[in-house]
Design a protein around this ligand. Structure first.
Ligand code: DC
Length: 227
């Protein structure tokens, strides 16, 4: 079973993706972490994230691995644990720039398809183009969204809990800028994939969104079993 979860940042994709992976015993793949790791490789090499050719070469040669269980997943870049480093605002900004480069997307998409196809029981993948490009024939597609203010509030609370110094206004500004880049790029912009179940999580508790997703998955599984 392949479950695709797309949507803007801060809509709850990671938390809910991990919950679904655990519920159904599936592999969990955070594709944003892969773009972030590629961006970090670019920053570490001292190359501008805008330099398409060099960035593509770095992305091609970088060894990006996601290891461990969903809740304790580690991201390795050329064997080096970069789990925390990829979450900095600098890495996030660089990731949104390098993810607009078609050559980079091609490399990442190939990698993601291979991981999803080889997952023994199936895979939950979350990102921006999973249901539209990576697995357009996914068994189930979700598009999670929320108002920018709701997403900024959540992200700000997470950052505070992690002891990061930032403000709500700054967080909202970063979210708006990243949304703009994600929806306006020419290659695989963030869109609602065909046949995706759209859930606006702005006013919902996590548990309620999870329940909605479970209902949808069970209904689809039942329908396909009856075919
Ligand atoms: O989900 P995230 O914030 O960790 O993603 C980091 C960046 O990578 C973000 O700007 C969007 C981009 N991304 C993408 O273009 N396609 C994906 N499948 C996943 C993430």
């Amino acid at each position: 079973m392949i479950i695709a979860i797309d949507g803007p940042s801060g809509a709850g994709k990671s938390t809910l993706g991990k919950m679904l992976a655990k519920e159904f015993g599936l592999l969990y793949l955070d594709t944003g972490a892969m773009y972030r790791a590629a961006a970090l490789a670019v920053l570490r090499a001292g190359i501008s994230p805008e330099d398409r050719e060099k960035v593509a070469r770095i992305a091609q040669n970088a060894k990006i691995e996601l290891v461990g269980e969903p809740d304790s997943m580690r991201v390795l870049l050329d064997g080096d644990d970069v789990t925390s480093e990829i979450r900095t605002p600098e890495a996030a900004t660089a990731a949104s720039v390098v993810s607009a480069i078609s050559e980079v997307r091609k490399i990442m998409v190939e990698h993601q398809r291979a991981i999803g196809e080889n997952a023994e029981n199936g895979c939950v993948l979350e990102g921006r183009d999973i249901g539209s490009v990576v697995f357009p024939n996914a068994d189930i597609k979700f598009f999670l969204t929320a108002k920018p203010e709701a997403r900024a509030r959540r992200r700000f609370a997470e950052d505070q809990a992690k002891g990061r110094s930032t403000s709500y206004e700054q967080t909202l500004d970063e979210i708006n800028k990243r949304d703009e880049r994600d929806v306006s790029r020419s290659d695989s912009p963030l869109t609602i994939p065909q046949n995706a179940a759209v859930i606006d999580t702005s006013e919902l508790e996590l548990a309620d969104v999870f329940d909605l997703m479970l209902v949808k998955i069970r209904a689809l599984s039942k329908a396909s079993a009856q075919k």
